[in-house]
Write a protein that binds this ligand. Structure first.
Ligand SMILES: *Cc1c(COP(=O)(O)O)cnc(C)c1O
Length: 428
């Protein structure tokens, strides 16, 4: 008697779909073992930082009002700085999301007349208005900060010649985005980022190098900050919050730059000294403690899905065997009905809102309808299992997350089950 199979069947998965999933999973054993090793390294890295900062019970509660002398907040920032190997860190519930953290970092260190040079192509969609690539009130462009861009080469490498040509006397901040986001390029490895940073230093050692680290934390042994980035930036409702952080963003980096970021977040003079944490300290600390294994679960889910769908003939990005540098998985479904069915399956497998049916709708900022599936504990959290896709060619679904591997696996199996139920796929 296969008791796991019985549970799967009870939860709506046909026996033959389950058998296929088991076969795919079995083939991933060695791959998963390597990923477990990275998780162990990162877990110890986080533990070491917590011990070094003497995290104590008294750090787990928070402050109200001005938030002076919030020792928990100080411990969290110490832990982040040590995990990322930086001089200092700004980790706050007042940083509302990843976009805010990135906008804050750029706004803090740039002055009128300075230029941003993006060297991994166009930044994530929401940053277009922050920078002023798309006209927007209050953008950095309105403050006289200009923008230049160099795309990655066809093979996904940095365009070293292009960078050298595009850089000028006003270049002040280099923007690098590790994850591909919704672009079709490859995600950058930390090694690639380190190599380009060494090159940038030979051109001008004073440039401020900022890496958008969203979705990349704890995927590899090293972070961009370990290979020379001046500011490494991300969201706490993605990887480093471990699914527990209810809000927040982080900036880890050089002490002088973190000070400017703190002055920008609060005010000159007050800086890091204020900012009540309102009871979030325990969740941020426990979140980063859990993050290495949560990211490991999400990564296993992504690799499992890539292999499950690749063997059925779909184009998957990254493919089933490629090395991983973020937790995003894309599957090109080539059919609007399949895209909808995929999202329905993910939704049905959710711990929250499992009875809801996702439908495509017109979202601001997108040129086609978008369908999204998410049943998360933290609203919009994408370290929790979630999927979305624009309703246009090639009908690709982007999905990510999974706080536990058993849940990620079940959700992915359900996405396939749903396509089979709706007769969209030939499966024997
Ligand atoms: C998610 C993401 C952002 C923006 O983060 P939000 O929290 O959604 O504002 C920026 N860059 C990348 C690469 C991302 O994945």
């Amino acid at each position: 008697m296969d008791s796991l199979k019985a549970y799967y069947e009870e939860l709506g998965v046909d026996g033959k779909v389950y058998d296929y999933a088991q076969k795919v999973e079995h083939g991933l054993k060695t791959r998963f073992e390597k990923m477990d090793e990275i998780a162990q390294i990162n877990q110890l890295k986080v533990l070491r930082a917590m011990q070094k900062n003497k995290v104590a019970e008294a750090h787990l509660s928070g402050t109200t009002g001005y938030g002076y002398n919030d020792i928990g907040r100080e411990a969290i920032e110490g832990v982040y700085a040590d995990v990322f190997g930086t001089e200092d860190a700004l980790v706050r519930p007042q940083i509302t999301c990843g976009t805010h953290a990135l906008g804050l970092a750029m706004g803090a260190v740039l002055r009128p007349g300075d230029e941003i040079l993006a060297i991994s192509g166009k930044p994530y969609d929401t940053l277009e208005e922050v920078i002023g690539i798309r006209e927007a009130k209050g953008s950095l462009a309105e403050y006289g900060i200009t923008y230049a861009q160099v795309d990655l080469l066809e093979d996904g490498e940095f365009d070293y010649d292009g960078i050298q040509k595009a850089a000028g006397s006003r270049t002040k901040l280099i923007h690098i985005q590790r994850s591909k986001g919704y672009a079709s390029r490859k995600t950058l490895s930390v090694e690639q980022i380190g190599k380009v940073i060494s090159f940038l230093r030979t051109l001008n050692p004073n440039w401020i190098i900022m890496v958008d680290n969203c979705y990349g934390e704890f995927v590899e042994e090293l972070e961009p900050s370990d290979v020379g980035a001046d500011m490494t930036v991300g969201s706490l409702i993605k990887n480093p919050g471990g699914g527990l952080a209810p809000i927040g963003g982080y900036i880890c980096g050089r002490k002088d730059l973190i000070e400017l970021c703190a002055y920008r977040l609060t005010t000159p003079g007050l800086g890091k000294e204020v900012g009540a944490t309102l009871g979030t300290n325990r969740l941020l600390l426990q979140g980063i403690f859990m993050a290495p294994v949560v990211v490991n679960a999400a990564l296993k889910g992504a690799v499992f899905a890539a292999n499950l769908y690749e063997k059925l003939g779909f184009t998957v990005i990254p493919n089933g065997t490629e090395s991983r540098h973020d937790i995003i998985q894309a599957v090109e479904l080539e059919d609007p009905k399949k895209l909808i069915a995929f999202c329905e399956g993910i939704q049905k497998a959710s711990p929250v809102d499992s009875y809801v049916t996702p439908e495509p709708w017109a979202m601001p900022g997108y040129d086609s309808d978008v369908i999204m599936a998410a049943g998360t504990f933290v609203s919009g959290s994408s370290i929790e299992l979630s999927a979305d896709g624009p309703m246009k060619e090639p009908y690709a679904v982007y999905f990510q997350g999974g706080l536990t591997y058993p849940h990620a696996k079940y959700g992915i199996v359900m996405s396939l089950q749903r396509m089979i139920e709706k007769d969209l796929i030939d499966f024997q």
